[in-house]
Design a protein around this ligand. Structure first.
Ligand SMILES: C[S@@+](CC[C@H](N)C(=O)[O-])C[C@H]1O[C@@H](n2cnc3c(N)ncnc32)[C@H](O)[C@@H]1O
Length: 347
């Protein structure tokens, strides 16, 4: 009987919502591509005006913009001929191309590249092979970025800041920075994390480490934040150069890009770079140890299947095990924000 009741009350709702779930993300990605949020950051606009400015066909305009209202990215005010659209506060802060806080670079990349590569997920699952540009003999996103024009490359590097800003703020709060004086952020991109830490702790001095091409973008961002005196640039190749010494070395969204051997190599180099009592912080969308709760972390790992030859996310237990094998005297795990968390190793 009980079984019968369960069958009667079961609905396909969750299955269908997930199966057709790509509708909502693609609507948001197209809105970013069309510049809807950047337009509305200038002020409220009517349906006709906004449609004209971003280039919407009359057949699609109202459904598209109202879907963005229903999804929580736009707000409608007034009615009839006095009806206007505005951004919601988070869309205005993070999706206006003219603001420093813009995270749309990441979504632009998702729209132009990742979205279609995920269309080949099944092939990736069967073959274990990446499904991005590498698949057809091209360069992957990062290597390709070396050949991008300056503005697109800047967008790529800026996108990293969008991805990590929440974790950077959480890291500033949950780690005892008052016990340390220097830090190095290895694979720093624009320098989002160093800027957050230096702003929060006036006693801290930091180093941003990345490939030479990133230097001008890093220095402009650090300079714009008035922190040139406490945040230095250090060009290095993480595979061939040692990490610069510091009390704390941070590896943010780095380990997930490579296989086990290279993950351990990065941890060893970080271990070598800190003094006794120093710390290594590793943050990513780290998977829960039972591998059943952090859906975003698990999907991010599939994303690394699509994007890299051997990259994958990992659990906190795995990371702490690698750290202990290398010789860290203690390790711990702390959640950061959303699905992101950090593993801390003390030397
Ligand atoms: C996924 S991003 C992570 C950025 C930042 N740590 C964060 O959490 O947002 C990876 C960074 O590693 C840098 N990188 C990749 N290969 C590198 C190499 N061989 N040497 C130095 N940096 C490298 C890239 O330039 C990029 O900024």
């Amino acid at each position: 009987m009980l079984e019968g009741i369960e069958i009667e009350t079961a609905t396909p709702e969750r299955i269908l919502r997930t199966g057709l779930g790509f509708w909502a993300p693609k609507t948001l990605l197209s809105a970013v591509e069309l510049g809807v949020f950047t337009e509305l950051a200038q002020g409220p606009q009517s349906l006709a005006e906004l449609s004209r400015r971003v280039g919407l066909h009359p057949r699609s305009a109202a459904d598209f913009l109202d879907a963005l209202v229903a999804l929580g990215f736009l707000v409608k005010h007034g009615n009839g001929t006095g009806l206007n659209y505005t951004n919601t506060p988070d869309a205005d802060q993070f999706l206006d191309r003219n603001k420093d806080s813009y995270v749309g670079g990441l979504l632009e990349m998702a729209n132009t590249r990742l979205y279609r590569f995920w269309g080949n997920l099944t092939e990736g699952l069967r073959t274990g092979e990446p499904q991005n540009e590498i698949h057809d003999g091209g360069l992957d996103a990062f290597s390709r970025s070396e050949n991008l024009d300056a503005e697109t490359f800047r967008g790529f590097v800026q996108a990293m800041t969008g991805l990590s800003l929440g974790s950077a703020h959480a890291l500033a709060q949950i780690f005892p920075w008052d016990r340390y004086h220097t830090f190095a952020d290895v694979g720093t991109a624009q320098g989002g994390l160093p800027v957050v830490l230096a702003r929060a702790y006036p006693h801290l001095c930091g180093i941003g480490v990345d490939l030479p091409k990133v230097q001008s973008i890093f220095e402009e961002y650090v300079g714009r934040n008035g922190l040139r005196d406490r945040i230095q640039w250090h060009a290095a190749d993480i595979w061939s150069d040692p990490f610069p010494p510091a009390d704390v070395i941070v590896l943010g969204h780095m380990l997930h890009g490579w296989g086990l051997e290279r993950k351990k190599m990065l941890l060893q180099k970080a271990f070598d770079g800190v003094p006794a009592g120093g710390a290594v912080l590793v943050y990513d969308a780290i998977i829960d140890d039972q591998r059943q709760q952090n859906a975003f972390g698990l999907l991010f790992s599939l994303n690394m299947l699509i994007e890299t030859r051997e990259g994958a996310e990992y659990t906190s237990a795995e990371c702490q095990g690698w750290m202990r094998d290398i010789g860290f005297s203690s390790t711990c795990f702390k959640p950061l924000v959303g699905s992101e968390s950090v593993v801390v190793g003390i030397k």
